[in-house]
Design a protein around this ligand. Sequence first.
Ligand SMILES: [Zn+2]
Length: 301
Amino acid sequence: MRILTLITALLVVSLPVRALEVLTTIKPLGFIAAAITDGVSEPKVLLPTGASPHDFALRPSDIRSINEADLVVWVGPELEGFMAKPLAQHPHVLTLTKVPGMPLFDYSKQAGHEEHADEDHDHDGHEGHHHEGVDPHIWLGPTQALVIAQALSESLSAQDPANAERYRANLLAFKAKVEAKDKVIAGQMKAVNQKGYFVFHEAYGYWERHYGMSSKGHFTVSPERRPGAKTLVEIRKALEEKQASCIYAEPQFSPAVIESVARNTGAKVLLLDEVGEQVPLGPDGYPQFMQQLADAFAECR
Ligand SMILES: [Zn+2]
C-alpha cells in the first residue's frame, strides 16, 4: 500500500505538464507577462510589430491564438474594442481596467481640459478636444505597471497553483527592478520636465503625471482620428511663441501634418513609441521600455 502511494506520488510529480500559455494584446503587457512567467513559460503577443491597438482588426489566425491561449490579458474595452467579442466566451481573461485597486484616470478630469473646452468654442465635436472616459494607457504608468504585474501573478497562481511560488518570486523581482528604474528615470526627467512639448495622441498621461512632465497638448485624442484644423493652428502658434520646443511623432502613425506644423519654427520632431516596438520581448522588457520612453522624453532639451 505504502509503495503504491509512493509510486503514484512519483508519477504525479514527473507527469509532463504543458506550460500555461499567456497571450497579451500589446507588447508592453507582454513585457510584464514575460517577467511574471519567467522560468515557467513565455507569453505571446497578439498585435504584430507596426500595429496599433487603436485601429487593429483581428485576422482568423488571431481568433485561433485567442482560443488556444490559457489566459488572455488585455487592457479592456476602452482600448481593444476588437477583443470584446472573441473574449466573451473565453474562460480565463484578465481585464486590467477592471482590476480592483487599479489607479485609473478619467480624460475629462485632466487639468487643462476645461480650459481647452472654453477656449475652443467648438461644439461640433470635430476637433476632438472633448475626450471622455477612462484613459486606457495604463501600461505607461510605473505605478499601474506594478498593479498589472500583481494582478497577473495572482491570476496565474490561481490557474496554475503548482508554479505559484515562482510567480510570487517573479513579482517581487519585477517590483524591485521597476522601482530601481523609476528612481533613475525620476532624476532623468527632472532635468527636462520643464520643457514644453506636444505629443501626437493623448497617450502619455500616466507617465506625465508620474514624472511631472510639461505636455502642452496633443494633435489628436486618438490616432485614428485626424487632427482638427483649429488644433493645428494652435500648435503652430505655440511652437512659434516658443511655448513648446518639440513635437513627438509615433512609429505607427507618421502623418505629414506633424512635419508641416513644425516647419520653420525651430521645433524638434522626435519619436515616442507607446508600444515599445524596438524593445525585445523578455523578462527585462518592461524596465527597458521605461528607459526607452525616458530617453525619448529626455531628447527634448
Ligand atoms: Zn494610444
